[in-house]
Design a protein around this ligand. Structure first.
Ligand code: ZN
Length: 890
């Protein structure tokens, strides 16, 4: 193992640096030639990671980059490589590359070896005297790590088939952990890869393979040079993969899966869905697929749902292989992931954000385009209902908190880019795009998108570029929209005000306010559709533009009194809707069950849930409503979402006395519905899962245990994933037979998934010793797979165990900086969600408040993440403390 000199300390004078730059720019404006030379020559201060200033300086001084990369991955724990970096140099200064790999063996610039001090563990500095104006060639020999986690090349050993499988994951800024490069999204490069691997392995990369030389037991595969792509999108996979191929209308897609899971994988369906996604996107964008070929890999233990590498998309194997009959939401979830990653080939890969501050641009678009595509490809799926259920509640849950951020998220250094991931870019951004499309109309939106892709093809762009393209297509200025939705944090809460007199509407108004003071007081401008529902005729829909704090809806005045009002029909508005009291009473009184439109019902269920979370409806009332009305709900997507809210209400919001009163009825309802032969499988399975998650009465535990040994449930053979859920719940409850069931189940399911579930279930044991062991392992066990640890956090923090877990709340918060530095992108969110979500007491709330007070120096991104997750704990305590059983507060 090579030894790196320590990286130099970060130079803190960023503000000063900016002043100098401004001075230089002013000088350049006065005297262009002199100013430019000065500006281009001097590198900014260079510390850890890739600072925005380094990136901006490099874009001015480096052009036309190409990497000729050779890697040998035949060793167990390291890859030996060579890279030739060609680029055009503008100006007469130095060049700085990024490299955090294990060791640099050789460094040559234009044929001359670089000085020994050139690499510093983070960067490689090529002094000006080694560079020529115009074309330059740098050559590096290096060693990079291959490891189960924490390396740019991930190795998964499969104990079932005996194979080792390798794949890369370089997002957001880990390409330089693999090889020396200019690691920033707006220095796109043509990449030519040659990969040496064991001869019996299969290798996949961004470009098509063009030749292979086999010598003894190893083979070197050369891949065609790519179109210009960003470094975070470079990828390869290598291992004894099984391949399936399908050709549709002249396009061939290869799908790869590890041997041990090939039989379960149903690659035919996955291939067909990818073909449909590609064909649809080509039509919508009016551009052919922008890269040379398209292959997919089902990657084991993949930490994301998928990754959109151009020409080589990686999908999460666990989410794509179903171990039991999938419900409609699971099937739609898989197809939505495919549509999302395929949309990225245009939005993200062909046109890429200039910097990770515009991460929302590619993520928001990919999710929005997935819904547009699903609506046309599978009209029966109810794409916009699916979109609402998957995105809006999740977006509002974060955007209404004190920890929220704008869509455009300022980012000083790529080493902090992980913090920009979360509900704002994944869930709010597509919601905002839906509002934008409604504002300008579908044709203008689509032609604006096409204009944007044409103008910036194989290049980079910002949110301003996108709005300019759509604004030009729509003939409508979008600067106010950019201000409200790109730059401003937070969201609006819109409240309905309704007065009825003599059977007619006397007044209907919408009053908006910011959900949090940090948004500033001014109103958002939005277009929405107000729906007036009648029991005996079709609803009336009134388009309304919100511009001020109070919008009186004149068009509603004098109409006959509706059964209820819903001011965000079609879900075009991006705001939290609070219904008026009369509408709530009507819906609760039976009107909800009479709504024919499933999309509207999904949103009405959501609005009633918001009544609970805003402390306007007692949780017991919500439970009674669900027990009465949900059994009549036929929609396979709505049922599991409402049951999830029921679960949270019963476990966290009800008082102990209320739970004792209500739980037997809840269990009975869930059990009966799970066994109802007339319901579709997805509905029955949702009730079954909810029963397993909630059962706690003595009778419920007996049923739960009998279920474990049953042959079938919800009309299907009972499979291991559900059996594991039952065992986990028995352990959570401390049921006497739980340990015996665990041992039997562990012996019966020895698959990779079974071993993972055994670890997860173990965290649910109701014992202080278990909690201690797991918490220690989260940090001390280097061999513990991150995916396993993440999966066990919910079981560790079961609400029934809050007295056992509350002592870990402080240590969990104290470990945030460690987790941020050492775990992958989504781990920190899961950690906070589990540890804070598992608490309901005032003392836990005080622990979190004290932690924030005691750490004024906590990095702002971490503080915001804590505030985002503290919101639910604050609400939970407030709802539980609410002594007044008053039904509706005005
Ligand atoms: Zn994405």
């Amino acid at each position: 193992m090579g030894v790196h000199p320590p990286p130099p300390a970060v130079v803190p004078a960023l503000a000063l640096r900016r002043l100098v730059l401004i001075a230089l720019l002013v000088a350049a404006a006065v005297s262009p030639l002199a100013g430019q030379a000065l500006l281009l020559d001097s590198a900014p201060p260079v510390g850890r990671g890739v600072s925005r200033e380094l990136a901006e300086w490099r874009v001015r001084t480096v052009r036309d980059v190409a990497y000729d990369l050779s890697l040998d991955v035949t060793s167990f724990d390291s890859a030996v490589g060579r890279v030739t970096v060609r680029f055009r140099h503008v100006g007469a200064g130095e060049a700085i590359l990024d490299f955090r790999g294990r060791r640099l063996i050789q460094a040559v610039a234009n044929g001359r070896p670089l000085p020994a001090g050139a690499p510093d563990g983070a960067h490689i500095r090529v002094p000006a005297e080694f560079l020529a104006p115009g074309d330059n060639t740098l050559e590096f020999g290096f060693v990079a790590d291959i490891a189960p986690s924490g390396a740019s090349i991930i190795r998964i050993h499969d104990s079932a088939d005996g194979g080792d499988y390798l794949y890369t994951l370089l997002v957001p800024a880990d390409a330089n952990q693999l090889f020396p490069c200019f690691d920033q999204p707006d220095l796109k490069a043509r990449v030519r890869l040659a990969l040496t691997a064991p001869a019996r392995w299969t290798v996949i990369a961004n470009g098509p393979a063009v030749s292979a030389d086999t010598a003894a037991d190893r083979a070197t595969t050369r891949f065609a040079e790519t179109r210009p792509i960003s470094t975070y999108l470079i990828a390869f996979a290598a291992g004894p993969w099984r391949r399936a191929t399908s050709t549709v209308r002249g396009r061939t897609i290869n799908a790869y899966v590890r041997r041990s899971r090939a039989a379960e994988a149903d690659l035919d369906s996955v291939l067909a869905l990818n073909h449909r996604a590609l064909a649809w996107m080509e039509r919508y964008f009016a551009r052919p697929f922008p890269f040379a070929k398209f292959d997919i890999v089902l990657a084991p233990a993949f930490p994301f749902g998928g990754m959109e590498h151009p020409g080589a998309v990686f999908y999460n194997e666990d989410r794509f292989i179903f171990r039991e009959r999938p419900t409609l939401p699971r099937r739609l979830g898989r197809f939505s992931t495919i549509l999302h990653e395929v949309a990225h080939q245009w939005f993200g890969d062909l046109v890429t954000m200039r910097w990770f501050d515009d991460l929302w641009l590619k993520e928001g678009f990919a999710t929005f385009m997935a819904a547009e595509a699903l609506e046309e490809i599978d009209p029966a799926a109810g794409a916009w209902k699916t979109f609402y259920l998957a995105n809006k509640p999740a977006a509002y849950a974060v955007d209404r908190t004190l920890g929220t951020r704008p869509l455009w998220q300022e980012l000083a250094n790529l080493d902090q880019a992980k913090s920009n991931y979360g509900a704002i870019v994944y869930n709010k951004a597509p919601g905002v795009l839906k509002q934008l499309e409604y504002l300008v109309g579908r044709p203008a939106f689509r032609s604006g998108v096409r204009r944007f892709l044409t103008q910036y093809a194989y290049g980079n762009a910002t949110w301003q570029d996108l709005l300019r393209s759509i604004s030009a297509a729509a003939g409508r200025p979008l600067a106010p929209f950019g201000r409200d939705f790109m730059l401003r944090p937070g969201m609006a809460v819109v409240e309905q005000e309704l007065t009825i007199r003599d059977g007619r509407i006397e007044r209907l108004a919408l009053r908006q306010r910011p959900a949090q003071a940090l948004s500033g007081p001014s109103p958002w401008t939005e277009r929405t559709e107000v729906l007036l529902s009648y029991p005996d005729r079709p609803p009336a829909r009134i388009p309304v533009e919100l511009r001020s704090r109070l919008t009186e809806i004149a068009a509603a005045r004098g109409r006959s009194a509706p059964e209820f009002v819903f001011a965000n029909a079609g879900d075009y508005g991006y705001f939290l809707l609070l219904l008026d009291g009369a509408s709530v009473r009507a819906l609760e009184g039976g009107a909800l069950a009479g709504v024919d439109d499933a999309f509207l019902r999904a949103m009405v269920w959501g609005a009633l849930w918001d009544q609970v979370r805003e402390s306007r409806m007692r949780p017991a009332r919500f439970v009674r409503l669900v027990v009465r009305d949900l059994p009549g709900e036929p929609d396979e997507q709505i049922v599991p979402v409402v049951l999830g809210r029921l679960g949270r209400t019963v476990a966290a919001y009800l008082s102990a006395a209320e739970r004792t009163t209500l739980l037997p009825g809840v269990e009975r309802m869930l059990w009966d519905r799970a066994g109802d032969r007339l319901s579709p499988y997805g509905v029955r399975k949702a009730y079954l899962d909810a029963f397993v998650g909630l059962a706690a009465t003595p009778g419920g535990i007996v049923r739960l245990d009998s279920l474990w040994s049953a042959d079938s449930a919800a009309g299907e053979p009972l499979r291991d994933p559900t059996r594991w859920d039952i065992v986990t719940r028995l352990l959570e409850l401390g049921a006497p037979q739980a340990d015996a069931r665990y041992a039997t189940q562990q012996a019966a399911d020895t698959t990779p998934d079974g071993r993972r579930r055994a670890f997860v279930a173990g965290a649910a044991r109701r014992s202080a010793a278990t909690k201690q062991t797991y918490f220690t392992r989260y940090f001390a066990d280097a061999a513990l797979n991150e995916d396993w640890a993440a999966g066990s956090l919910g079981a560790f923090n079961a609400i029934e165990h809050e007295e056992l877990t509350v002592p870990y709340l402080g240590p969990a918060l104290d470990s945030l900086p460690f987790i941020q530095a050492n775990r992958r992108i989504f781990f920190l969110e899961g950690w906070l969600g589990a540890f804070l979500g598992g608490q309901t007491s005032d003392s836990a709330r005080q622990t979190v408040r004290r932690y924030l007070e005691a750490h004024p120096d906590l990095p702002p991104d971490l503080r915001r993440k804590v505030l985002q997750h503290a919101d639910e704990l604050e609400r939970t305590v407030r709802i539980r403390e609410d002594e007044q059983p008053s039904d509706l507060r005005p």
